[in-house]
Design a protein around this ligand. Structure first.
Ligand code: TYM
Length: 334
Protein backbone atom coordinates (compact mmCIF):
# COMPACT_ATOMS: atom_id res chain seq x y z
CA UNK A 1 0.00 0.00 0.00
CA UNK A 2 1.33 3.42 -0.87
CA UNK A 3 1.41 5.83 2.06
CA UNK A 4 1.32 9.63 2.21
CA UNK A 5 2.73 11.80 4.98
CA UNK A 6 2.45 15.55 4.75
CA UNK A 7 1.88 18.50 7.04
CA UNK A 8 1.31 22.18 7.65
CA UNK A 9 2.80 24.41 10.34
CA UNK A 10 0.13 25.81 12.67
CA UNK A 11 1.42 29.37 12.50
CA UNK A 12 -1.91 30.98 11.52
CA UNK A 13 -2.74 32.77 8.24
CA UNK A 14 -3.14 29.66 6.06
CA UNK A 15 -3.49 30.90 2.51
CA UNK A 16 -4.37 30.06 -1.07
CA UNK A 17 -0.79 28.84 -1.71
CA UNK A 18 -1.17 26.23 1.04
CA UNK A 19 -4.49 25.21 -0.48
CA UNK A 20 -3.39 24.92 -4.11
CA UNK A 21 0.11 23.56 -3.41
CA UNK A 22 -0.88 21.08 -0.71
CA UNK A 23 -4.46 20.70 0.63
CA UNK A 24 -6.22 20.46 -2.74
CA UNK A 25 -3.75 17.79 -3.86
CA UNK A 26 -4.21 15.83 -0.61
CA UNK A 27 -7.99 15.86 -1.04
CA UNK A 28 -7.62 14.45 -4.55
CA UNK A 29 -5.11 11.78 -3.49
CA UNK A 30 -6.80 10.59 -0.28
CA UNK A 31 -8.76 7.77 -1.93
CA UNK A 32 -5.72 6.11 -3.44
CA UNK A 33 -3.33 6.15 -0.46
CA UNK A 34 -3.16 5.46 3.22
CA UNK A 35 -2.71 9.01 4.50
CA UNK A 36 -1.18 10.65 7.55
CA UNK A 37 -1.72 14.39 7.77
CA UNK A 38 0.31 15.94 10.51
CA UNK A 39 -0.03 19.37 12.11
CA UNK A 40 3.63 20.15 12.61
CA UNK A 41 3.54 22.08 15.86
CA UNK A 42 7.17 21.28 16.73
CA UNK A 43 8.25 22.91 13.46
CA UNK A 44 6.17 25.97 14.41
CA UNK A 45 8.39 26.43 17.50
CA UNK A 46 11.16 27.63 15.16
CA UNK A 47 9.30 30.94 15.31
CA UNK A 48 9.21 31.33 19.12
CA UNK A 49 6.10 33.01 20.43
CA UNK A 50 5.36 34.47 23.84
CA UNK A 51 1.71 33.46 23.36
CA UNK A 52 1.60 29.66 23.72
CA UNK A 53 -2.22 29.62 23.76
CA UNK A 54 -2.11 30.82 20.15
CA UNK A 55 -0.10 27.77 19.03
CA UNK A 56 -2.71 25.49 20.66
CA UNK A 57 -5.51 27.44 18.97
CA UNK A 58 -3.79 27.34 15.57
CA UNK A 59 -3.23 23.59 15.94
CA UNK A 60 -6.98 23.01 16.33
CA UNK A 61 -7.66 25.51 13.53
CA UNK A 62 -5.42 23.57 11.12
CA UNK A 63 -7.26 20.34 12.04
CA UNK A 64 -10.55 22.14 11.25
CA UNK A 65 -9.15 23.48 7.97
CA UNK A 66 -7.98 20.02 6.91
CA UNK A 67 -11.49 18.65 7.43
CA UNK A 68 -13.22 21.73 5.97
CA UNK A 69 -11.07 21.43 2.82
CA UNK A 70 -12.38 17.90 2.31
CA UNK A 71 -10.06 15.48 4.11
CA UNK A 72 -12.12 12.65 5.54
CA UNK A 73 -11.36 12.39 9.27
CA UNK A 74 -12.73 8.82 9.36
CA UNK A 75 -10.29 7.44 6.79
CA UNK A 76 -7.22 9.67 7.20
CA UNK A 77 -4.91 9.89 10.19
CA UNK A 78 -4.87 13.51 11.38
CA UNK A 79 -2.65 14.30 14.37
CA UNK A 80 -0.35 16.89 15.95
CA UNK A 81 3.36 16.13 15.52
CA UNK A 82 4.13 16.67 19.22
CA UNK A 83 1.63 13.91 20.16
CA UNK A 84 4.14 11.34 18.87
CA UNK A 85 7.50 11.53 20.71
CA UNK A 86 9.01 9.26 18.03
CA UNK A 87 9.42 12.27 15.69
CA UNK A 88 11.87 13.91 18.08
CA UNK A 89 13.71 10.73 18.95
CA UNK A 90 14.16 9.72 15.33
CA UNK A 91 15.28 13.25 14.55
CA UNK A 92 18.11 12.91 17.07
CA UNK A 93 19.24 9.59 15.62
CA UNK A 94 19.10 11.01 12.07
CA UNK A 95 20.98 14.13 13.21
CA UNK A 96 23.92 11.92 14.06
CA UNK A 97 24.03 10.94 10.37
CA UNK A 98 23.47 14.38 8.81
CA UNK A 99 26.55 16.08 7.38
CA UNK A 100 26.59 19.83 8.11
CA UNK A 101 27.25 20.43 4.41
CA UNK A 102 23.75 19.16 3.60
CA UNK A 103 22.16 21.58 6.03
CA UNK A 104 24.33 24.46 4.81
CA UNK A 105 22.85 24.02 1.34
CA UNK A 106 19.23 24.46 2.45
CA UNK A 107 17.87 27.59 0.77
CA UNK A 108 15.00 28.02 3.24
CA UNK A 109 17.41 28.24 6.16
CA UNK A 110 19.54 30.75 4.27
CA UNK A 111 16.50 32.91 3.46
CA UNK A 112 14.86 32.70 6.88
CA UNK A 113 18.07 33.33 8.82
CA UNK A 114 18.95 36.25 6.54
CA UNK A 115 15.51 37.84 7.05
CA UNK A 116 15.61 37.42 10.80
CA UNK A 117 19.14 36.87 12.05
CA UNK A 118 18.05 37.00 15.73
CA UNK A 119 16.14 33.75 15.09
CA UNK A 120 18.94 31.93 13.29
CA UNK A 121 19.07 29.19 15.91
CA UNK A 122 19.73 25.45 16.02
CA UNK A 123 16.01 24.65 15.66
CA UNK A 124 15.76 26.47 12.34
CA UNK A 125 19.05 24.97 11.15
CA UNK A 126 18.10 21.38 11.98
CA UNK A 127 14.48 21.82 10.79
CA UNK A 128 15.02 19.61 7.67
CA UNK A 129 16.18 16.72 9.88
CA UNK A 130 12.93 16.88 11.88
CA UNK A 131 11.04 16.96 8.61
CA UNK A 132 12.95 13.87 7.42
CA UNK A 133 12.01 12.15 10.71
CA UNK A 134 8.31 13.04 10.14
CA UNK A 135 8.39 11.30 6.79
CA UNK A 136 10.69 8.34 7.50
CA UNK A 137 9.04 7.38 10.82
CA UNK A 138 5.94 6.30 8.89
CA UNK A 139 7.73 4.77 5.88
CA UNK A 140 5.85 7.23 3.66
CA UNK A 141 6.20 6.45 -0.04
CA UNK A 142 4.82 9.78 -1.29
CA UNK A 143 5.02 13.32 0.06
CA UNK A 144 2.68 15.82 -1.62
CA UNK A 145 3.94 19.38 -1.05
CA UNK A 146 4.41 22.74 -2.75
CA UNK A 147 7.57 23.44 -4.69
CA UNK A 148 9.28 25.19 -1.74
CA UNK A 149 9.61 21.89 0.16
CA UNK A 150 11.32 19.95 -2.64
CA UNK A 151 14.85 20.44 -1.35
CA UNK A 152 13.85 19.24 2.14
CA UNK A 153 12.34 16.05 0.74
CA UNK A 154 15.43 15.45 -1.36
CA UNK A 155 17.45 15.65 1.84
CA UNK A 156 15.11 13.16 3.51
CA UNK A 157 15.71 10.80 0.56
CA UNK A 158 19.50 11.22 0.84
CA UNK A 159 19.36 10.65 4.58
CA UNK A 160 17.23 7.51 4.24
CA UNK A 161 19.59 6.12 1.59
CA UNK A 162 22.79 6.79 3.51
CA UNK A 163 21.28 5.44 6.77
CA UNK A 164 20.15 2.24 5.03
CA UNK A 165 23.61 1.77 3.49
CA UNK A 166 25.41 2.47 6.79
CA UNK A 167 23.43 -0.20 8.67
CA UNK A 168 23.21 -2.54 5.68
CA UNK A 169 19.40 -2.82 5.96
CA UNK A 170 16.36 -1.26 4.32
CA UNK A 171 15.27 0.48 7.51
CA UNK A 172 13.58 3.33 5.64
CA UNK A 173 11.55 3.56 2.44
CA UNK A 174 12.83 6.26 0.08
CA UNK A 175 10.02 8.83 -0.21
CA UNK A 176 8.98 10.48 -3.49
CA UNK A 177 8.16 14.20 -3.54
CA UNK A 178 4.80 14.81 -5.24
CA UNK A 179 4.66 18.37 -6.50
CA UNK A 180 1.42 18.45 -8.42
CA UNK A 181 -0.91 20.89 -10.20
CA UNK A 182 -0.55 24.24 -11.96
CA UNK A 183 0.10 26.26 -8.80
CA UNK A 184 2.99 24.56 -7.02
CA UNK A 185 4.46 27.96 -6.11
CA UNK A 186 1.83 30.65 -5.61
CA UNK A 187 3.41 34.08 -5.42
CA UNK A 188 2.61 37.20 -3.39
CA UNK A 189 -0.17 39.41 -4.79
CA UNK A 190 2.06 42.41 -4.15
CA UNK A 191 5.31 41.11 -5.63
CA UNK A 192 5.33 38.29 -8.17
CA UNK A 193 8.95 37.41 -7.38
CA UNK A 194 8.15 36.56 -3.72
CA UNK A 195 6.34 33.43 -2.52
CA UNK A 196 2.88 33.89 -0.97
CA UNK A 197 3.66 33.32 2.69
CA UNK A 198 2.01 33.13 6.11
CA UNK A 199 4.67 35.39 7.57
CA UNK A 200 4.51 38.27 5.08
CA UNK A 201 3.60 41.35 7.16
CA UNK A 202 1.46 42.65 4.25
CA UNK A 203 -2.03 41.11 4.66
CA UNK A 204 -2.81 42.08 1.06
CA UNK A 205 -0.02 39.83 -0.22
CA UNK A 206 -2.06 36.68 0.42
CA UNK A 207 -5.63 35.35 0.18
CA UNK A 208 -6.41 33.78 3.55
CA UNK A 209 -8.39 30.53 3.48
CA UNK A 210 -10.95 32.10 5.76
CA UNK A 211 -11.04 35.58 4.26
CA UNK A 212 -14.59 36.84 3.74
CA UNK A 213 -15.85 37.35 0.14
CA UNK A 214 -15.50 41.14 0.48
CA UNK A 215 -11.89 40.86 1.59
CA UNK A 216 -11.11 38.47 -1.30
CA UNK A 217 -12.61 40.93 -3.82
CA UNK A 218 -10.63 43.82 -2.34
CA UNK A 219 -7.33 41.90 -2.27
CA UNK A 220 -7.59 40.82 -5.90
CA UNK A 221 -8.69 44.31 -6.91
CA UNK A 222 -5.54 45.73 -5.35
CA UNK A 223 -3.27 42.90 -6.58
CA UNK A 224 -0.31 44.22 -8.55
CA UNK A 225 -0.60 44.08 -12.36
CA UNK A 226 0.99 46.22 -15.08
CA UNK A 227 0.05 48.69 -17.79
CA UNK A 228 -0.14 46.12 -20.62
CA UNK A 229 -3.31 44.28 -21.68
CA UNK A 230 -4.10 40.73 -20.63
CA UNK A 231 -1.72 38.40 -22.56
CA UNK A 232 -2.98 36.31 -25.48
CA UNK A 233 -0.49 33.50 -24.68
CA UNK A 234 0.95 32.09 -21.46
CA UNK A 235 4.55 31.62 -22.63
CA UNK A 236 6.81 34.67 -22.74
CA UNK A 237 5.55 35.99 -19.40
CA UNK A 238 8.99 35.85 -17.73
CA UNK A 239 9.01 39.62 -17.30
CA UNK A 240 5.44 39.76 -15.99
CA UNK A 241 5.62 37.61 -12.82
CA UNK A 242 2.47 39.11 -11.23
CA UNK A 243 0.39 38.37 -14.34
CA UNK A 244 1.82 34.89 -14.62
CA UNK A 245 0.89 34.27 -10.98
CA UNK A 246 -2.73 35.45 -11.30
CA UNK A 247 -3.24 33.34 -14.44
CA UNK A 248 -1.76 30.32 -12.68
CA UNK A 249 -4.07 30.78 -9.70
CA UNK A 250 -7.11 31.01 -11.98
CA UNK A 251 -6.04 27.90 -13.90
CA UNK A 252 -5.47 25.90 -10.71
CA UNK A 253 -8.83 26.90 -9.22
CA UNK A 254 -10.76 26.25 -12.43
CA UNK A 255 -8.82 23.06 -13.28
CA UNK A 256 -7.98 24.35 -16.75
CA UNK A 257 -4.63 25.12 -18.38
CA UNK A 258 -3.03 28.58 -18.10
CA UNK A 259 -3.20 28.81 -21.93
CA UNK A 260 -6.96 28.36 -21.74
CA UNK A 261 -7.15 31.28 -19.27
CA UNK A 262 -5.30 33.44 -21.83
CA UNK A 263 -7.78 32.37 -24.50
CA UNK A 264 -10.68 33.41 -22.24
CA UNK A 265 -9.36 36.85 -21.18
CA UNK A 266 -6.63 37.71 -23.75
CA UNK A 267 -6.62 41.31 -25.00
CA UNK A 268 -9.00 42.68 -22.32
CA UNK A 269 -7.95 44.95 -19.50
CA UNK A 270 -7.47 43.45 -16.05
CA UNK A 271 -10.64 44.57 -14.26
CA UNK A 272 -13.01 41.85 -15.60
CA UNK A 273 -10.36 39.16 -15.09
CA UNK A 274 -9.75 40.22 -11.50
CA UNK A 275 -13.50 40.19 -10.80
CA UNK A 276 -13.82 36.70 -12.33
CA UNK A 277 -10.80 35.48 -10.37
CA UNK A 278 -12.30 36.79 -7.13
CA UNK A 279 -15.63 35.10 -7.89
CA UNK A 280 -13.96 31.81 -8.68
CA UNK A 281 -11.87 31.97 -5.50
CA UNK A 282 -14.96 32.69 -3.41
CA UNK A 283 -16.80 29.79 -5.06
CA UNK A 284 -14.02 27.46 -3.87
CA UNK A 285 -13.15 29.03 -0.52
CA UNK A 286 -16.51 30.11 0.83
CA UNK A 287 -17.87 26.58 1.47
CA UNK A 288 -14.52 25.77 3.12
CA UNK A 289 -14.82 28.86 5.31
CA UNK A 290 -18.39 28.01 6.35
CA UNK A 291 -17.39 24.46 7.33
CA UNK A 292 -14.34 25.76 9.15
CA UNK A 293 -16.41 28.22 11.20
CA UNK A 294 -18.84 25.43 12.18
CA UNK A 295 -16.01 23.04 13.14
CA UNK A 296 -14.30 25.76 15.15
CA UNK A 297 -17.38 25.79 17.41
CA UNK A 298 -16.75 22.15 18.22
CA UNK A 299 -13.27 21.78 19.77
CA UNK A 300 -14.30 18.52 21.51
CA UNK A 301 -14.97 16.89 18.16
CA UNK A 302 -11.63 18.13 16.79
CA UNK A 303 -9.78 16.87 19.87
CA UNK A 304 -11.42 13.47 19.46
CA UNK A 305 -10.21 13.26 15.84
CA UNK A 306 -6.68 14.21 16.90
CA UNK A 307 -6.63 11.63 19.73
CA UNK A 308 -7.72 8.89 17.34
CA UNK A 309 -5.04 10.12 14.92
CA UNK A 310 -2.46 9.96 17.71
CA UNK A 311 -3.33 6.31 18.45
CA UNK A 312 -3.13 5.28 14.79
CA UNK A 313 0.08 7.22 14.07
CA UNK A 314 1.72 5.82 17.21
CA UNK A 315 1.04 2.28 16.08
CA UNK A 316 2.61 2.81 12.64
CA UNK A 317 5.58 4.85 13.89
CA UNK A 318 6.44 2.50 16.76
CA UNK A 319 7.47 -0.28 14.41
CA UNK A 320 10.04 1.87 12.56
CA UNK A 321 11.35 3.38 15.79
CA UNK A 322 11.93 -0.05 17.39
CA UNK A 323 13.79 -1.31 14.31
CA UNK A 324 15.96 1.80 14.20
CA UNK A 325 16.71 1.67 17.96
CA UNK A 326 17.69 -1.95 17.52
CA UNK A 327 19.87 -1.21 14.46
CA UNK A 328 21.82 1.62 16.11
CA UNK A 329 22.38 -0.39 19.29
CA UNK A 330 20.05 1.12 21.88
CA UNK A 331 19.24 -1.35 24.65
CA UNK A 332 15.61 -2.56 24.53
CA UNK A 333 14.23 -3.07 28.04
CA UNK A 334 10.67 -3.98 27.12
P1 TYM B 1 4.20 25.09 5.39
O1 TYM B 1 3.39 25.08 6.64
O2 TYM B 1 5.07 26.27 5.11
O3 TYM B 1 3.27 24.90 4.12
C1 TYM B 1 2.34 23.84 4.05
C2 TYM B 1 2.24 23.32 2.63
O4 TYM B 1 1.87 24.39 1.75
C3 TYM B 1 2.82 24.49 0.68
N1 TYM B 1 3.00 25.91 0.35
C4 TYM B 1 2.81 26.42 -0.87
N2 TYM B 1 2.45 25.85 -2.04
C5 TYM B 1 2.33 26.66 -3.11
N3 TYM B 1 2.56 28.01 -3.06
C6 TYM B 1 2.93 28.61 -1.91
N4 TYM B 1 3.14 29.92 -1.86
C7 TYM B 1 3.06 27.81 -0.73
N5 TYM B 1 3.41 28.07 0.55
C8 TYM B 1 3.37 26.89 1.19
C9 TYM B 1 4.11 23.91 1.25
O5 TYM B 1 4.97 23.48 0.22
C10 TYM B 1 3.58 22.77 2.09
O6 TYM B 1 3.33 21.63 1.29
N6 TYM B 1 8.14 22.16 6.29
C11 TYM B 1 6.75 22.16 5.92
C12 TYM B 1 5.88 21.32 6.83
C13 TYM B 1 6.35 19.93 7.07
C14 TYM B 1 6.20 18.84 6.20
C15 TYM B 1 6.75 17.72 6.89
C16 TYM B 1 5.66 18.70 4.92
C17 TYM B 1 6.95 19.49 8.21
N7 TYM B 1 7.19 18.14 8.11
C18 TYM B 1 6.79 16.47 6.31
C19 TYM B 1 5.71 17.42 4.34
C20 TYM B 1 6.26 16.33 5.04
C21 TYM B 1 6.23 23.58 5.95
O7 TYM B 1 6.76 24.43 6.61
O8 TYM B 1 5.07 23.76 5.29
Amino acid sequence: MKRILSGVQPTGNMHLGNYLGALKQWVQMQQDYECLFCIVDLHALTIPSSQPHLLRKHTLDVAALYIAAGLNPETNIIFPQSAIPGHSELMWILSCHTPLGWLNRMTQFKEKSKNNSSHADLGLYSYPVLMAADILLYQATDVPVGDDQKQHIEMARDLAGSFNRFYGKDLFKIPEPRIIGHATRVMSLKDGTKKMSKSDPAEGSRIGLIDSPDVIFEKFKKAKTDAFPFPEAFDSLQDRPEIRNLITIYAALADITPSKVCELFGGQNFAPFKAALAELTIEVLDPLRQKFLALQQNPDYLTKILKKGQEDALEIGEKTLKEVQEAVGLLQLL
